[in-house]
Design a binder for this molecule. Structure first.
Ligand SMILES: O=C(O)CCC(=O)C(=O)O
Length: 313
């Protein structure tokens, strides 16, 4: 039994996407102001979808999550609860762009007693996407936490501080189509990408912050792998590398096309990379190598059927 052959318009019109490989430091207000300048610069270059990196307004690391965390609920939060929410919304509105606002540490406070005197704090790694009017379009909480240990090289345990999100994020951009957003380590889980692609996404966008151990080996490979499996665009957006920080980000923000070619790739410093996305290139890849019609769901299951929890819209 082959999958459906009905063609689907996955990208309704061409669009320029920018990854802003931002240089951030420890000063949140300065990071937000700097991000606003860079988003304006990307918009002036014609980008209509702009992506910021993971943890773009703080240093990256478990020690920093609680002190930089902001409350996003109830939505919209007040400017005191979340200066980043309001700054990102203004950046999207002022430039009339879709803004995938990298990610920020999110705090959720839940009362544990009926009087509300005691409460539990839960932290997430959360990405907010805003529409060109500045309205919140969707929220993605990192589903797969970055817990790895490569002896002598890198140990990282986000789960010491963070809790995982529980749903895949597929956002409807009415002029363009469906955009999937996930965060960094989520890119290693092909099911997520496949579900988003089969549900009609034209691109998978991952704010990320790989490191100097896994970055050179896996960053570009994973972007190309997700693109070749799913025949769509993949964008990964990293912070600029800062060797004075505790965590050294890989950089190399990139956009991979539906044939898995690297369309554009940054170096290590602060940089904006731009890519023009075209629906025709998705259809060309899919008709030239017709995986869509050749799948054998009589031999293995279709992961996009049933189970997957889709949120974000
Ligand atoms: O998967 C990796 O190697 C890096 C992941 C990461 O840095 C992250 O999830 O923040």
């Amino acid at each position: 039994m082959a999958s459906s052959t009905t063609p689907r318009p996955v990208l309704k019109q061409p669009v320029r996407l920018a990854c802003v490989q931002l240089a951030s430091g420890a000063d949140k207000a300065a990071n937000l102001a700097h991000a606003a300048i860079k988003v304006r610069e990307a918009a002036a270059k014609g980008a209509k979808i702009i992506v910021l990196p993971e943890c773009f307004n703080s240093p990256y690391g478990c020690d920093y999550f609680p002190s930089y965390a902001e409350e996003l609920l109830p939505s919209p939060p007040t400017p005191e609860q979340s200066p980043s929410f309001h700054a990102l919304s203004a950046m999207a509105r002022d430039n009339a762009v879709y803004l995938v606002g990298g990610s920020i540490p999110e705090l959720v406070t839940t009362p544990t007693t009926t009087s509300g005197e005691e409460s539990k704090k839960t932290y997430y790694n959360t990405s907010l996407t805003f529409s060109p009017t500045g309205a919140l379009l969707g929220t993605h909480r990192k589903i797969h936490l970055f817990d790895i240990s490569i002896p002598g090289k890198i140990t990282f345990r986000e789960s010491d501080v963070l809790s995982p999100g529980n749903s895949l994020t597929l956002l409807n951009l009415p002029e363009y189509g469906l955009l999937a957003v996930a965060i960094c380590y989520d890119v290693r889980f092909p099911e997520l990408a496949t579900i988003a692609a089969r549900r009609g996404a034209f691109a998978l966008v991952y704010p990320g912050a790989f490191n100097l151990v896994t970055g050179p080996l896996h960053w570009r490979l994973l972007a190309q792998a997700r693109a070749v499996d799913n025949q769509l665009y993949v964008a990964l957006c990293s912070p600029a590398r800062d060797l004075k920080a505790n965590y050294h980000a890989w950089g190399h923000s990139l956009v991979v096309d539906p044939m898995a070619g690297v369309q554009v790739e940054a170096g290590e410093g602060e940089e904006i990379v731009l890519a023009d996305l075209e629906g025709g290139r998705i259809e060309e890849a899919r008709s030239g190598i017709p995986l869509r019609e050749q799948r054998r769901f009589d031999v293995y299951p279709d992961v996009s059927e049933g189970g997957g929890k889709v949120g974000g819209t």
